[in-house]
Design a protein around this ligand. Structure first.
Ligand SMILES: [Ca+2]
Ligand SMILES: [Ca+2]
Ligand SMILES: [Ca+2]
Ligand SMILES: [Ca+2]
Length: 951
């Protein structure tokens, strides 16, 4: 029999009840007559499909060893977010699902992926004749291979598929214009504010253009170059090899007299060659009267084919005095970079790229009396040109005075309008559509949902909203919503409500970052860099505005974010959202995600992302292997961020002596994001932090790990000391594991320990060497239990038996009924209704057999029944006032009295006694009885609580 974690067998994993009965002889030729029998059985068609995939993996030179395997996936969802491979080909009139894509789906299926997300943004806004055949074929082909496709409705972090009036603009409010005889002219006109941005003038011929500052450093030289976009010169930066110097080798200019609360656009032409590691940047930032930096924005590029548009738009804060513009290639970047024709404009008076629609238009008011002038009576608009990409060559809109109207020549008016700019010329499409616009739903979202549901019947629709760079800034948004959190919740709920009205089974899925307090949603000023207003978007989930049926996919692409990965998962689960986790790029991160998600009940699984630049064959195999069969269940995680009472002892930790607790940036492991307070602890031989009691199971293999670095440079060794305790927290024994080869840089160090018999708790001591003086930093403590397979045998007695399943099975009542010989009836206690639900084969009611619940099974005769698999780790079962039927799933035996004592408000404990045909009853004063793994029991409670397996 192969155990799931057998060493040396990689990537073998099975759906539950995929059985190969051991009728094969060792090394039997599979295609000759020596084979006796191969049985692949499953509780569902996909189980059999995965059993066949397993058989194919097991085949070795047409032979296979005799095996018996029982398996199932640990995670329901094993998905891939396909940024590359599943983009349909356009054949001139419609999209096509190609053979190459079919082969790719085949490959995903062989790895046992079961979900594939597509990324085409806005395809469902097009006529279905363009996409229907390709998508239907893709859905059918994938589903035949038990892969569920997830179509993307659209991403609201990109405006690409919408017509112009659907873009969220930048609101220009009350800009002063003065009428001449005919036209309104801006008081502050749209003119280039930069002197010598063409780099044509160098009066003293010292190689530095007039008005500009150059700080060339050895190995990173700025010079005037003859390769120009306009005129005869440009500025060129040469960094032949990475050098620390390049970070401070600038081309720079500072402009005074900048208006606050205004939009400024920096435009230029740029060209880049042989760029590696870090992209050249052109940066604009504001300075206030005290010289402090306000808003910063940069454009960046890899190597280009010729000259490209390059630049940024910003909104100046209310205390702005200056703008600084600079360009460089930061270390360790290298390459050649040219910039030319640099221009800086204040945009408000331009009346360019104006959004004119039913819900926003140019407004003109009398500057003195605030009287609103009326288009068609007082003035008319001569339309300019619009573009998704703002440029100074667009034709401006013009406001012309109507002679019979109320505006006089020479009159000052205030003009308000929404204009569409970009934050970065190379990402001009990266901005949200206007989710306040009614037609966004009625003309785009609803018809697309109608078509997707009608033709494709997906189980999940992806409407991602990641990294929104430009939100809550145009007049329509500010009129409709009080905050950007309210706006994103409105979009999510409105989309979700419509979807569920069309198909109640279909669920909306979004990336979590904009609504996570531990990611972009936790950044107060996130939108300010993109012309928007401040405000943490995570309020949308903190205040539970976003519907709980929307799936949150948490993405962090590196283990430097371990603290945030855990904190985000905990946050969303506690709020009641279903979660999935997404790795990319870093292979260690895949395993970390699989383990972190194992700590949370009902996480849906993982979605590995393909954004290119990864050896995806290797990564995807690793991903499916880890998510099908999580190697270690995470049972405890702490990275020291919580210190509710501010006593510099992290929550759930204690100290001896005077160890240090630090929130300093240089001390902790990994990175901090938003306002997330990353913290770490420093200990030595006598100043020690130790944990609270952490629940464990007896006789199990555990790994304790931490990121550790030494503070000085002696040869002392830090250690984990582990103390074991029984169910009553009586000390049992201890061990100390010294950690070798700790360096001055953080590294992850692991020790392996086994819990002794009767162990119910451990405490972890973080310390330096005994009697030593050197101190060590610790961060990110993880306690993992190695997952091991065991068998549990039931001897069911004729009549009633009250049991629980201590093994993860995925059974429902009908399957359990089939697997227990001579089974007559299965009864489930519904504690919320305080009555029984019954399953017999003729019954129309089937129900899930849940971990930690007890079930009454009636059998016709004495019978044995064996389960093999992975033990149930943790449960959280709501206890209702009255009776609750639970089951003991842990390895250690306990007593009815300890159940009584450990469940809040417990009044009675009952255990079924088959030989008496009656219950044994425990209340204090009556004789106690033993409850073993696999036994069900009943408790009556007087108050509601959640049972996690206490006893
Ligand atoms: Ca030039
Ligand atoms: Ca000069
Ligand atoms: Ca930390
Ligand atoms: Ca504390």
């Amino acid at each position: 029999m192969i155990k799931l974690n057998s060493v040396g067998i990689k990537n073998i994993s099975f759906y539950h009840y995929s059985l190969f009965l051991n009728h094969l002889t060792d090394n039997a030729e599979i295609f000759n007559d020596s084979i006796k029998e191969i049985i692949i059985a499953g509780n569902a068609p996909n189980g059999i499909f995965y059993g066949v995939q397993t058989l194919i993996q097991l085949l070795n030179n047409n032979s296979v060893r005799g095996v018996f395997i029982l398996d199932y996936p640990d995670n329901k969802m094993r998905g891939v977010y396909e940024g590359y491979k599943i983009r349909f080909e356009w054949n001139g009139s419609a999209y096509e699902f190609t053979q190459e894509q079919k082969d790719y789906i085949d490959w995903l299926a062989s790895l046992k992926f079961n979900t594939v997300f597509t990324v085409e943004n806005g395809i469902f806004f097009k006529n279905e004749s363009q996409w229907r055949d390709a998508y239907e074929e893709f859905f059918e082909y994938s589903r035949e291979r038990f892969i569920e496709p997830v179509p993307r409705l659209c991403s609201i972090s990109s405006v690409a598929p919408f017509s112009f009036e659907f873009y969220e603009g930048w609101f220009v409010e009350n800009e002063s214009f003065i009428f001449n005889e005919s036209f309104a002219l801006p008081e502050k006109p749209f003119i280039n504010l930069l002197p010598n941005g063409d780099f044509e003038i160098d009066s003293d011929e010292d190689g530095i253009p007039d008005n500009w500052t150059v700080t060339s450093k050895p190995g990173a030289i700025w010079k005037i170059d003859n390769d120009s976009y306009s005129g005869n010169h440009s500025m060129k930066l040469e960094v032949p090899e990475p050098t620390q110097n390049s970070t401070s080798s600038y081309l720079r200019i500072e402009i005074d007299g900048i208006e606050p609360d205004s939009y400024y656009c920096l435009l230029s032409k740029a060209k880049a060659k042989n760029i590696t590691n870090v992209r050249p940047q052109l940066t604009i930032y504001t300075k206030n009267t005290s010289g402090e930096v306000g808003v910063v924005q940069s454009d960046i590029t890899w190597s280009t084919n010729g000259w490209i548009d390059f630049g940024c738009c910003i909104k100046t804060p209310s205390d702005t005095e200056k703008i600084v513009i600079y360009s460089r290639i930061q270390f360790p970047g290298k390459g050649e970079f040219w910039v030319d024709n640099v221009r800086l404009y204040r945009v408000n008076g331009a009346l360019m790229n104006v959004i004119r629609a039913s819900d926003t238009d140019i407004k003109v008011i009398d500057a003195v009396n605030k009287k609103i002038y009326v288009e068609g009576i007082d003035y008319e608009i001569l339309n300019g040109t619009t573009s998704i990409k703002f440029s100074d060559s667009l034709t401006p809109f013009r406001i012309r005075r109507l002679p019979l109207g109320n505006i006089s020549p020479g009159e000052e008016v205030m003009v308000s309008y929404d204009t569409y700019l970009f934050y970065r010329a190379t990402s001009y499409w990266s901005s949200a559509p206007c989710v306040a616009r009614e037609e966004f739903y009625t003309e785009y979202i609803y018809p697309a949902i109608d078509k997707i549901v009608y033709y494709l019947h997906p189980k999940i629709i992806n409407a991602d909203a990641d990294e929104i760079r430009g939100f809550y800034r145009d007049s329509r948004m500010m009129r409709k919503f009080n905050s950007n959190a309210e706006a994103i919740a409105y979009w999510a709920n409105r989309t979700n409500n419509y979807l569920t009205s069309k198909d109640p089974q279909c669920r909306l899925w979004i990336w979590d970052d904009m609504v996570s307090p531990y990611h972009n949603g936790g950044v107060e000023d996130y939108q300010v860099r993109y012309g928007g207003l401040p405000g943490r978007m995570a309020e949308a989930t903190e205040n539970e505005w976003i519907d709980k049926s929307i799936i949150m996919d948490i993405w962090w692409y590196s283990d430097i974010w371990l603290s945030q990965m855990y904190a985000s998962s905990k946050f969303f689960r506690e709020k009641g959202y279903d979660i999935a986790g997404s790795p990319w790029y870093e292979i260690e991160n895949i395993e970390s995600w699989s383990e972190i998600l194992s700590a949370f009940q009902n996480s849906l699984g993982g979605v590995v992302t393909n954004w290119g630049d990864i050896p995806y064959e290797e990564h995807f195999s690793k991903f499916v292997d880890d998510f099908w069969n999580v190697k270690n269940n995470l049972v405890y995680f702490d990275s020291f961020e919580e210190d509710e009472n501010n006593d510099e002892i992290p929550d759930n930790w204690f100290k001896y002596g005077n160890p240090e607790y630090s929130t300093d940036d240089s001390e902790f492991y990994g990175k901090r994001y938003a306002d997330y307070p990353n913290c770490a602890v420093r200990v030595d031989g006598s100043n020690i932090f130790y944990s609270n009691y952490i629940p464990v199971e007896e006789c199990k293999n555990y790994t304790i790990s931490a990121f550790i670095r030494r503070n000085d440079s002696s040869s002392e060794k830090p250690s984990f000391k582990i103390c074991w305790y029984d169910a009553y927290k009586n000390y049992l024994c201890e061990e100390e594991e010294a950690i070798e080869n700790v360096s001055n840089e953080y590294g992850n160090y692991e020790v392996y320990i086994s819990s002794p018999r009767n162990a119910n708790y451990l405490r972890i001591y973080l310390k330096g060497e005994e009697n030593g003086t050197e101190s060590f930093w610790f961060d990110v403590i993880r306690l993992k239990m190695k997952k091991e397979v065991f068998s549990h045998e039931y001897s069911l007695q004729k009549g009633w038996n009250l049991i629980t399943l201590p093994i993860k099975t995925g059974y429902n009542a009908s399957l359990l009924y089939k697997d227990i010989r001579k089974c007559l009836i299965i009864l489930k206690w519904n504690s919320s209704k305080q009555n029984f639900e019954l399953y017999v084969p003729s019954s129309p009611y089937d129900f899930e057999i849940e971990n930690g619940h007890g079930y009454l099974i009636a059998v016709e005769n004495n019978t044995k029944f064996t389960l093999t698999g992975i033990s149930v780790g943790n449960v959280s079962i709501p206890l209702y006032i009255g009776w609750n039927m639970l089951g003991w799933f842990k390895e250690n035996e306990i007593t009815a009295s300890s159940i009584y004592e450990n469940i809040t408000g417990c009044q009675i404990v009952l255990k079924w006694n088959n030989s008496k045909d009656d219950f044994d009853l425990y209340v204090p004063g009556l004789s106690d009885f033993i409850i073993k793994r696999g036994d069900g029991f009943l408790v009556a409670v007087s108050e509601e609580s959640i049972w996690h397996g206490e006893g």
